[in-house]
Design a protein around this ligand. Structure first.
Ligand code: TYC
Length: 100
């Protein structure tokens, strides 16, 4: 109404709930070759070579980076794929996920 509609001034109900999203991150280490990390980022995250190289360098310099954000199920699959691929190639690369 003219004196203010309470429904427009009060906090909306949080009924627009979306599923939680998860950041997938890779961690730096002293042993995994840079090109191996770039390959992983291209292969499992669909990044271009240039994008993959940039993220790899960010991890190398800062210690970690968020690679992508997914639903829980997709994030879990990415983490498992990366961890398995790194283990099979005997590299200590770590990949983790965290709720946004
Ligand atoms: N620090 C590694 C090296 O100097 C490269 C590296 C980058 C390793 C990113 C892991 O997630 C990583 N060979």
């Amino acid at each position: 109404g003219p004196d203010g509609d309470a429904s427009l001034l009060t906090k909306p109900k949080t009924n627009t709930q979306r599923p939680p999203m998860y950041k997938v991150m890779i961690l730096n280490d002293d042993y995994t070759p840079m090109e191996f990390v770039v390959h992983i980022l291209e292969r499992f995250f669909g990044l271009s070579h240039a994008q993959a190289f940039e993220i790899m360098l960010t991890v190398h310099k800062k210690g970690l980076a968020v690679v992508a954000v997914y639903s829980f199920e997709v994030a879990e699959t990415k983490v498992a794929q990366v961890m398995d691929f790194a283990r099979r190639h005997q590299h200590p690369l770590q990949c983790t996920m965290e709720k946004e």
